[in-house]
Design a protein around this ligand. Structure first.
Ligand SMILES: C[S@@+](CC[C@H](N)C(=O)[O-])C[C@H]1O[C@@H](n2cnc3c(N)ncnc32)[C@H](O)[C@@H]1O
Length: 479
């Protein structure tokens, strides 16, 4: 039934949040003459009263952007951390976050994936081994335009921290640990800011394209208990920058935990830390770190992709592997890992499946090169990696049809392109284990798989990113 829209675009409204939908979208049910009208407000918590701006107004619902929380929810608890845009639900107890993530994903699989018994097929909801300080990388921005969360105002001044939610210019100075990453480096950010301001260095101004300090990106190895830091600057004030003094300062701050310090020169106006022209110098220690997952060693450079919460990724992978190996392995000779990235799953498959040919297919050549290197270092020689688009690869290799018992696939957030999924189906595998960082696209793909005779047997959900809206899913399909 259509009704009159109670709100128009750009209107500022005050809303009480009643419930939560998939992806952590707060739901406000507004009383109108025609009944209840729904407004979705991402980054809000049931029970909050918020000020929001309508960005889309349809007859049946509207979407709004959070401007400010006016009254907190009775569900929220005090946190000792600096609030950041990347952790909008940190004040909601983790058990409550799990409840919302679980219920909204079940509902999504029911509604979009057409899985009527989605609640019964949930095998396990797995929490992250650590609910706090679980991340292994963070990117901080320097800015000449600051943001003050208390007054909600911008000001001219040197800051180092995270950008204000939803925009790219102003940055709020991170004053202490955010609860997500490494407390030692985050508690030290004010001192790093002071280091540069006391020596008269300027911060990047995103509109004027001027300034020296641009980004501080940090990678952390849990197994080495150390940090690899990349300072990104322009060349504008380079003649005054004393690298040795900066190294000494950082060593003093971090001690033995400083594994490497890289200085990247980036004069591009684009808002990205890494440049393409290679002006990167290791000014202290080493330029890569290593991490361990399920007993395998991975070398991580500044550029390479690696799971952001390794301890939780380990649980996710173990679950995926259990789904692959819990049924009778079958006699077909090939196992395929599609969208294989840096080859983590491929190598874990090789650990447990020595008599099969194991194939990884991944689009990004750099990731494939990393995968080959780590596979060699970990002693696997029954692996083949192809740098190719999955759809194109399958078109060019019809010989794998009927040769596979199990396909593992871990596509990006956008899911699997419909044409590519049809090619995967044509391989005629007996089982598919589908790992997804976006259950919304996985739900869409479930419909295509069901039409092709692949029945969802069970799935597990993994809370890889506590305090955010994200949830990972691993699902087993059988023909
Ligand atoms: C979620 S990641 C998979 C991570 C991988 N399992 C790992 O542990 O490193 C998805 C991967 O799919 C790759 N990708 C995206 N589109 C692709 C395509 N059309 N064909 C092949 N790979 C693709 C991305 O580059 C990315 O590495």
């Amino acid at each position: 039934m259509s009704q009159k829209r109670p709100f128009s675009r750009n209107q500022r409204v005050e809303l009480k949040i009643d419930d939560m939908a998939f992806e952590g979208k707060g739901i406000s049910r507004v009383e109108t003459e025609d009944g209840k009208y729904i407004v979705f407000v991402p980054n809000t918590i049931p029970g909050q009263v918020v000020s929001a701006k309508i960005i889309k107004a349809k007859n049946s619902y509207a979407e709004a952007k959070l401007l400010k929380v006016i009254t907190p929810s009775p569900l929220e608890v005090e946190m000792p951390y600096h609030p950041i845009p990347g952790a909008p639900y940190i004040t909601l107890p983790v058990e409550k976050q799990h409840e919302y993530k679980k219920n909204t994903t079940i509902e999504l699989f029911r509604r979009i994936g057409k899985i009527e018994n989605a609640a019964d097929l949930l095998d396990e909801f797995m929490s992250s081994p650590d609910d706090f300080h679980y991340r292994n990388k963070m990117e901080y921005s320097f800015s000449a335009v600051g943001y003050d969360r208390n007054t909600d105002e911008e000001f001219d001044g040197f800051t180092l921290g995270f950008k204000k939610r939803g925009q790219w210019l102003s940055v709020e100075q991170l004053k202490k640990d955010s609860g997500l990453f490494d407390p030692q480096i985050e508690n030290a950010l004010p001192a790093i800011s002071d280091y540069f301001t006391s020596r008269g260095f300027s911060a990047w101004h995103g509109l004027q394209h001027t300034g020296f300090c641009r980004f501080l990106t940090v990678k952390r190895s849990f197994s080495e208990d150390g940090l690899l830091i990349n300072l990104v600057t322009t060349s504008s004030e380079l003649d005054r920058f004393d690298k040795d003094e900066f190294v000494a300062f950082m060593k003093d701050l971090l001690g033995d935990r400083l594994l490497g310090l890289v200085h990247t020169l980036n004069d591009d106006i684009g808002d990205r830390p890494l440049t393409t022209d290679g002006k990167q110098n290791v000014i202290y220690g080493k330029g890569t770190i290593t991490e361990e997952i399920c007993g395998l060693q991975f070398r991580i450079s500044l550029e390479s992709f690696f799971q952001t919460n390794p301890a939780s990724a380990e649980r996710l992978y173990q679950k995926a592997l259990n789904y692959v190996f819990e049924t009778e392995p079958g006699s077909r000779p090939v196992v395929m890992d599609l969208f294989s990235g840096t080859g983590t799953i491929t190598q874990l498959l090789a650990q447990r499946s020595t008599d099969k040919e194991i194939i990884g297919v991944e689009l990004v050549p750099q990731a494939v090169a990393d995968a080959k290197k780590t596979a060699k270092a970990n002693g696997f020689d029954n692996l083949k990696f192809f740098a190719a688009d999955v759809g194109k690869f399958l078109l060019e290799h019809p010989e794998y049809t009927d040769k596979i018992d199990t396909i593992v696939m871990d596509p990006p957030r956008a899911g699997i392109a419909p044409k590519t999924l049809r090619k995967v189906i044509r391989l005629n595998a007996k089982r598919m284990v589908y790992v997804s960082c976006n259950p919304a696209t996985q739900a869409r793909d479930m419909v295509t798989l069901a039409e092709a005779g692949y029945k969802l047997k069970k799935y597990s959900l993994v809370d890889q990113f506590p305090h955010t809206a994200h949830i990972e899913s691993v699902a087993l399909f059988e023909r």
